[in-house]
Design a protein around this ligand. Structure first.
Ligand SMILES: Cc1cc2nc3c(=O)[nH]c(=O)nc-3n(C[C@H](O)[C@H](O)[C@H](O)COP(=O)(O)OP(=O)(O)OC[C@H]3O[C@@H](n4cnc5c(N)ncnc54)[C@H](O)[C@@H]3O)c2cc1C
Ligand SMILES: Cc1cc2nc3c(=O)[nH]c(=O)nc-3n(C[C@H](O)[C@H](O)[C@H](O)COP(=O)(O)O)c2cc1C
Length: 466
């Protein structure tokens, strides 16, 4: 009897709890309905509300990643979002937008990213744009204060928007090497526009994991230049992740206090290892640079570093196997070119045949032909198997008249024209100052400035320069 009585009591308590829970649910639902936050209300915002447009311009993918995160944060609060690369059509579609947000980086010597050059030339340089009058906008400008023209493109864009009569929703935010305080201001600005910034994780600074140093091999013994090493790294745990030719790593060596150094990946995952080709940076006081010194001198097998693989859209290739490639580089720039040549060799092998259209031309420069021939065994093998159909090597210290890759292009002017007419894509990897500038001038003198601009705008010139 006592047992039955106990059960009855339990049933009553359970009933009371269920009723209380149902009442609570009803009250919460009613409150949400009144506040316009019910699922129906969400759908309503999603379809009828004015969209926020997010426009990005990015050379090495950081601005693009930040733009995508912002899109995710705004989308999570039910705001419709349109995300576009700056060179895609948007200007005639943004009338009536709630806000237009720009996330843009600066590269070269204060220039826009390559894919934004056409927009810069045809829109910004053309002056104020009536389509933007009255629009609410915001600019996040990525840059690096160690360059003389800090955030120059973001600044020019901001001035153009102001001159066009657009209205800043918040002051332009200039970001120095992804500094945390500026990115926090961006987050607050997005919150002010209603974004749910909690969904912005994984944030940009995550994605790093522990990797171990496997080994290194000097590629230029006896060279008059600073040492160049091929370095191998492996993830500390788990399998090798995926990447594609053209991608980069951000690496934080031990003791670097969070500031990552970027390196072009020289290998492909199919080879079962991640390899970099690194020049030891010698500082003014004669000491080696932090990251290059660690990789090339002080790291021992199994020492750990934090590493993240980063897509590099400007230097990835989407063109097919039948597109001719002109690969131009110098020094450690062989890293990014080697990955592309390896990808071409793998794709040709997988297709079972090589054809004359699948031609590759490597123009590579170093100092001494005797000591500076990185990857020469592979380059020779690719030449024999006709993966490489044309090879021009220049050695600046050997020739009586100093000769660089740009001189090789000038010497081969007719071939350059023919290859470009044949639809070639041009890949440029290595030093920005000396090499890439010289190559740009040589291409302009051979092909004409307008054609080079057109190639850049069409995404047929891919640059990984540093
Ligand atoms: C997209 C990209 C791809 C790259 N790919 C490669 C590659 O494949 N191979 C390769 O060897 N290198 C590559 N680099 C260069 C690489 O990232 C490093 O810059 C280089 O290895 C030097 O780093 P470090 O840590 O050894 O030198 P650091 O210790 O950073 O010193 C380098 C020099 O910069 C100066 N310096 C350091 N910090 C600052 C600062 N805050 N402001 C101003 N000056 C400063 C120092 O005085 C020194 O002269 C690439 C760079 C980029 C951006
Ligand atoms: C070759 C090179 C040139 C650069 N030139 C500039 C510059 O002139 N001004 C500037 O503020 N930042 C400059 N930067 C820094 C980039 O703007 C910064 O790294 C930015 O975060 C890159 O964003 P992205 O990956 O979206 O292109 C340069 C970076 C590189 C690699």
């Amino acid at each position: 009897m006592e047992y039955v009585f106990g059960d009855l009591w339990r049933v009553q308590v359970a009933l009371a709890l269920s009723l209380a829970y149902a009442l609570l649910c009803y009250l919460m639902y009613r409150r949400a309905l009144l506040a316009g936050l019910s699922p129906q209300a969400d759908r309503h915002i999603g379809t009828d509300a004015k969209p926020v447009w997010i426009i990005y311009a990015s050379q090495t993918g950081q601005a693009e990643a930040i733009a995508r995160l912002a899109g995710r944060a705004l989308g999570a609060s039910g705001v419709p979002v349109n995300l576009r690369r700056i060179d895609q059509p948007w200007l005639n579609e943004v009338a009536g937008a709630r806000h237009v947000l720009f996330v843009v980086s600066t590269c070269g010597e204060g220039s826009p990213p390559d894919h934004a050059l056409g927009f810069f030339r045809t829109r910004l340089a053309a002056g104020a744009c009536a389509a933007l009058r009255g629009l609410s906008y915001g600019v996040l400008a990525l840059g690096d204060r160690s360059y003389p023209h800090f955030c120059a493109f973001g600044l020019q864009l901001d001035q153009w928007l102001q001159a066009s009569g657009a209205i800043a929703a918040f002051p332009r935010i200039d970001v120095d090497r992804l500094d945390a305080p500026s990115l926090t201001r961006w987050k607050h600005a997005l919150q002010g526009l209603g974004a749910q910034t909690a969904v912005m994780t994984p944030a940009l600074d995550t994605g790093f994991s522990d990797w171990r140093f496997v080994g290194r091999r000097c590629l230029n013994i006896g060279s008059p230049g600073a040492p160049l090493f091929k370095v191998e790294l492996q993830p500390l745990a788990g399998l090798l992740p995926a990447w594609q030719a053209g991608d980069l790593v951000d690496l934080i060596p031990p003791g670097a206090e969070g500031r990552a150094r970027t390196y072009s990946i020289a290998s492909l995952p199919e080879e079962g290892r991640l390899e970099l080709i690194v020049r030891t940076m010698i500082r003014e006081d004669g000491t080696p640079g932090l990251a290059s010194g660690w990789l090339n001198q002080s790291a021992w097998a199994n020492d750990r570093a934090s590493l993240k693989i980063r897509r590099n859209p400007g230097f990835n290739l989407a063109c097919g196997l039948d597109t001719p490639l002109i690969l131009i580089g110098a020094g450690s720039g062989i890293a990014g070119l080697r990955a592309h040549l390896q990808a071409r060799a793998q794709a040709v092998a997988a297709s079972g045949k090589n054809t004359p259209e699948r031609c590759c031309w490597l123009v590579f420069g170093e100092r001494s032909g005797r000591h500076d021939r990185p990857c020469h065994v592979e380059i020779e093998a690719w030449r024999r198997s006709r993966i490489l159909t044309k090879l021009d090597l220049t050695f600046s210290r050997d020739d009586p008249i100093t000769s660089y890759v740009q001189h090789a292009l000038l010497k081969n002017a007719r071939e350059l024209q023919v290859w470009v007419e044949g639809g070639a894509h041009i890949l440029i990897c290595g030093s920005a100052q000396g090499m890439a500038q010289g190559v740009d001038q040589a291409m302009r003198s051979v092909l004409g400035g307008e054609q080079v601009d057109r190639l850049l705008e069409a995404g047929r010139i891919h640059r990984d320069v540093f």
